[in-house]
Design a protein around this ligand. Structure first.
Ligand code: SF4
Length: 702
C-alpha cells in the first residue's frame, strides 16, 4: 500500500506518542512497511528516540484495522454511514437542542482535525459539548496557567533543561513517560555534574534513580510543600521584590495562605523539607517540571498554582534555565489546547466566556451560532450520556470505555446511548464495539497535518503510507458530516494546508485581542511551504526574545500582571477506611501507550512488561498474605480487577500502584480505570486518577 512515488523516500514526520514531540525520519520500504530513525534536526529530540518511538514500524500493519464503515455491525458505504450520522445528530438537535449532542475527542488528533471538530461543534451546532481525553491529562495545568498568566502559556523551552542548575520533577516519571526529555536531562547531568535533581513522587520510580533527593510525598501533599517553600522564600529574603512589584499581583494573600499551611501535611520529615527548601531557594536557575502526579488530582489546579507562585515570587520564569514547566502526556494535547478543543475554551486561546472573543470568532467563521457557556467536561459528559441528556455522541480516536474513571459505568453509558458514532483506526477497542456507526480513520503513518509539543513547537506530521481500504482522514469525515448538516461552504476544505491557513489567520485576531497565541505569519503559506514547514516555536516576535515568555512580565491578564493565588492544602477526596484501606495510584509503563491499540502490536514492547500488575509494599503484602507473583483481587466502590502482585518498597505503606493500559481485549480483569473514582478538580474538571481507595485480597493461597 505504499505510494510508489514515496517508496524509499525518507519523510520527516513526528512521533505520535508522548508530548515530547520527537522528530522522526521514516522511510517506506516499498512493501507496506517502513523504517524509522530519530530526526537529528528536530529541536525536541536532536536524533534521539525512546523504545516506543523506535518501534513505530512494528505498529503500522493492517491487522485489526477498520477498513470500511459499519452500521450496527454490518459493512456500509460512506454515503450511507455519513447520511445516518448527519441525520441522527440533526434530529437530536432539532428535538432536544444543541446541548443534546457531544463530541469526545483525543489529544492524538492532529491540529487540523481538532480545529474542524471544534469549529463544527461550537460555531455551527452551537454547543460547547466538545471535550477530550486531554481532560484526563493536563486540564489542571491549563486552568493553573490561565489563573496565573491570563492564558494557557508554557513559559519555557526544552533547552532550559540543559541550562538549569536544579531540576525539580514533581509527580512525573519522566524516565518512562517522557523518555527523551529524561535522556536530555541525563546528558545534561553528564556534561555538568553540578546539576542537582530532585524528584517529588509518592512512588520511587526509574526517574528517582537519577535524583539527588527523592521526596516520597504523601498523596495530595504538594500544596503543603510548595506553600512551605513560598513562606521560606519570604522569610529568607529570596523573593524578587522588583519583579513582584512590577509584574505580579496577589503576593501577600498567597503568602498568608502559605503561612497558614502546616508543612507536615506533605507527609515529609522536617529534614527532608529543609533540604528541599534550601536547594530550591539557594539555586537561581531552577526548572520545575510537573506532570500527571500534580494534574490528576481533585486539588490539581491549586497544586499547579502553588508551584507557579514560587516561580513568580522569585522571577524565575521565562529566563534561560528557569521556569515552571508542565509536560503534556499526549502528542498533540498542546495543539488541542491551541485550537480550543476543550469544553471551556475557544480557538487560539480566546475565552469562551468573553463576549468580545466569542463575537470575534463567530464573525471570523461566519458562524450561525456560538455557545455562551462552557460545555460538559469529560466526566460530566459521560454522566450526561448515562442519564440520557446526550442523545447523540461522537467519539473520535480514543477509548473511554477503558480510560475514563469509573470505566464500567462509562462503558454502560455508551452502550445505552441512543446513538453513538466512533471514528478510529480499529473496530476492536472496547469503545468501538459499542458503536452504532463505526467510521474508519487514517492512522499515524497515513495522516497529514501538524502537532504542537510541550514546548510550543509546531511540527509537521506527514503521510508516508497510503490510506488502507476506505479509511479517510478525521478532518474529512467531520467536514463530510458538516456538509450533510447544511454547512458545506464553511467546511469546504481541500487539504490540511487550507485548514492550517484558516486557523493561522484566526490566530491573528487573537493576537489583536491581546492573546499569546498568534501564528498569523503562517496564514499565507503556499501548499508547498506547508509541505516543507520546519518545526517552529511560537511566539516568534522580537519582544519575546529567546522564544520564552514572561521574563519581562507582560502577562495576558487585564492589567498585564501575573496573579499569585492563595491556595490551601486539600487532601484527596477519597480517604482510606476500614473497608477500603489502600490508596491506589495509577500511571503508565515504559513501553506501552494508552490502551495499547498500537504498542500492543509489538512483541518487543510487550517484553518489558507483559501483563497488568499491582505494586504492594512488603509489609502490606505480608499482612495480606500476598506472595510474590500471586494474583490479588483489587476492589473499589466502582469496580474490581485481578492483578499480578509485585512486592516492592518503591511504594509507600498503605499505597499501591497499577498501570492503566490493559483493556477488556488484552486483560479482561485488568481494566484499572474501572476502579478509579470519578472525582474531579472543581476548577479544571480533571479526574483524581492517582488517589482512589481500594481493598485487596489474595486470590490464591500464599
Ligand atoms: Fe515518541 Fe515520546 Fe518517545 Fe519521543 S519520547 S520517541 S515523542 S514516545
Amino acid at each position: 500500500r505504499t505510494d510508489p512515488a514515496v517508496a524509499r523516500t525518507t519523510v520527516r514526520t513526528t512521533c505520535p506518542y508522548c508530548g515530547v514531540g520527537c522528530g522522526i525520519r521514516a522511510t517506506p520500504t516499498g512493501d507496506g512497511g517502513l523504517t524509522v530513525a530519530g530526526d537529528s534536526d528536530h529541536p525536541a529530540n536532536l536524533g534521539r528516540l525512546c523504545s516506543k518511538g523506535s518501534a513505530l514500524a512494528e505498529t503500522t500493519d493492517l491487522e485489526n484495522r477498520l477498513l470500511a464503515p459499519r452500521i450496527d455491525g454490518r459493512e456500509a458505504g460512506w454515503d450511507e454511514a455519513l447520511d445516518l450520522v448527519a441525520e441522527r445528530f440533526r434530529e437530536a438537535i432539532d428535538r432536544h437542542g444543541p446541548d443534546s449532542v457531544a463530541f469526545y475527542v483525543s489529544g492524538q488528533l492532529l491540529t487540523e482535525d481538532y480545529y474542524v471538530a471544534n469549529k463544527l461543534m461550537k460555531g455551527f451546532i452551537g454547543s460547547a459539548n466538545i471535550d477530550t481525553n486531554s481532560r484526563l491529562c493536563m486540564a489542571s495545568s491549563v486552568a493553573g496557567h490561565r489563573r496565573a498568566f491570563g492564558t494557557d502559556t508554557v513559559p519555557g523551552l526544552y533547552e532550559d533543561l540543559e541550562q538549569a542548575e536544579l531540576i525539580v520533577l514533581v509527580g512525573s516519571n519522566l524516565a518512562w513517560c517522557h523518555p527523551v526529555l529524561f535522556q536530555r536531562i541525563a546528558a545534561a547531568r553528564k556534561a555538568n555534574p553540578a546539576l542537582r535533581i530532585i524528584n517529588i513522587d509518592p512512588r520511587r520510580t526509574a526517574t528517582s534513580d537519577i535524583a539527588d533527593l527523592h521526596l516520597a510525598i504523601a498523596p495530595g501533599g504538594d500544596v503543603a510543600l510548595w506553600n512551605a517553600l513560598l513562606a521560606h522564600l519570604a522569610d529568607t529574603g529570596a523573593v524578587n521584590d522588583s519583579y513582584v512589584a512590577a509584574h505580579v499581583g496577589g503576593f501577600q494573600a498567597a503568602l498568608d495562605a502559605a503561612r497558614d499551611t502546616d508543612p507536615a501535611l506533605s507527609g515529609l520529615s522536617p529534614e527532608e523539607i529543609a533540604e528541599f527548601l534550601a536547594l530550591w531557594s539557594g539555586t537561581e536557575k531552577v526548572v520545575t517540571i510537573y506532570s500527571q502526579g500534580v494534574n490528576q488530582s481533585s486539588a490539581g489546579t491549586d497544586k499547579v498554582n502553588a508551584i507557579l507562585n514560587c516561580h513568580l515570587a522569585t522571577g524565575r520564569i521565562g529566563r534561560p534555565g528557569m521556569g515552571p514547566f508542565s509536560v503534556t502526556g499526549q502528542p498533540n494535547a498542546m495543539g488541542g489546547r491551541e485550537v480550543g478543543g476543550l469544553a471551556n475554551m475557544l480557538a487560539c486561546h480566546l475565552d469562551l466566556e468573553n463576549a468580545e472573543h466569542r463575537a470575534a470568532v463567530r464573525a471570523f467563521w461566519d458562524a450561525p451560532a456560538m455557545p455562551e457557556a462552557p460545555g460538559l467536561k469529560a466526566v460530566d459528559m459521560f454522566r450526561a450520556v448515562a442519564d440520557g441528556r446526550i442523545k447523540a455522541l461522537w467519539i473520535i480516536c480514543t477509548n473511554p470505555a477503558v480510560s475514563m474513571p469509573d470505566a464500567d459505568a462509562v462503558r454502560d453509558a455508551i452502550a445505552g446511548c441512543a446513538f453513538t458514532v466512533v471514528s478510529d483506526i480499529t473496530g476492536q477497542t472496547d469503545t468501538a464495539r459499542l458503536a452504532d456507526v463505526l467510521l474508519p480513520a487514517t492512522g499515524w503513518a497515513e495522516k497529514d497535518g501538524t502537532v504542537t509539543n510541550s514546548e510550543r513547537c509546531i511540527s509537521r506530521q506527514r503521510g508516508l503510507l497510503s490510506a488502507p481500504g476506505q479509511a479517510r482522514h478525521d478532518w474529512q469525515i467531520l467536514a463530510d458530516v458538516a456538509a450533510r448538516m447544511g454547512w458545506a461552504q464553511a467546511f469546504d476544505y481541500a487539504s490540511p494546508a487550507e485548514i492550517f491557513r484558516e486557523y493561522a489567520a484566526l490566530s491573528g485576531i487573537a493576537g489583536q485581542l491581546g492573546r499569546d497565541f498568534d501564528i498569523s505569519a503562517k496564514a499565507s503559506l503556499t501548499d508547498a511551504e506547508y509541505e516543507g514547514l520546519e518545526p517552529f516555536h511560537w511566539p516568534r516576535t522580537a519582544s519575546r526574545s529567546g522564544g520564552r515568555f514572561f521574563a519581562e512580565g507582560d502577562f495576558f491578564t487585564g492589567d498585564r500582571r501575573a496573579q499569585m493565588l492563595p491556595v490551601s492544602h486539600r487532601p484527596p477526596q477519597s480517604r482510606p477506611d476500614a473497608e477500603f484501606p489502600f490508596v491506589l495510584n495509577t500511571g503508565r509503563v515504559r513501553d506501552h501507550w494508552h490502551t495499547m491499540t498500537r504498542t500492543g502490536k509489538s512483541p518487543r514492547l510487550s517484553q518489558h512488561i507483559g501483563e497488568p500488575f499491582l505494586e504492594v509494599h512488603p509489609e502490606d503484602a505480608a499482612r495480606l498474605g500476598l506472595a510474590p507473583a500471586s494474583v490479588a483481587e483489587v476492589t473499589s466502590r466502582h469496580g474490581s480487577a485481578l492483578l499480578r502482585v509485585l512486592i516492592t518498597d518503591r511504594v509507600r505503606k498503605g499505597e499501591v500502584f497499577a498501570p492503566m493500559h490493559w483493556t477488556g481485549e488484552t486483560a479482561p480483569s485488568g481494566r484499572i480505570d474501572a476502579l478509579v473514582a470519578p472525582q474531579t478538580d472543581p476548577v479544571s474538571g480533571q479526574p483524581e486518577s492517582k488517589a482512589s481507595v481500594v481493598a485487596i485480597r489474595p486470590m490464591a493461597p500464599a
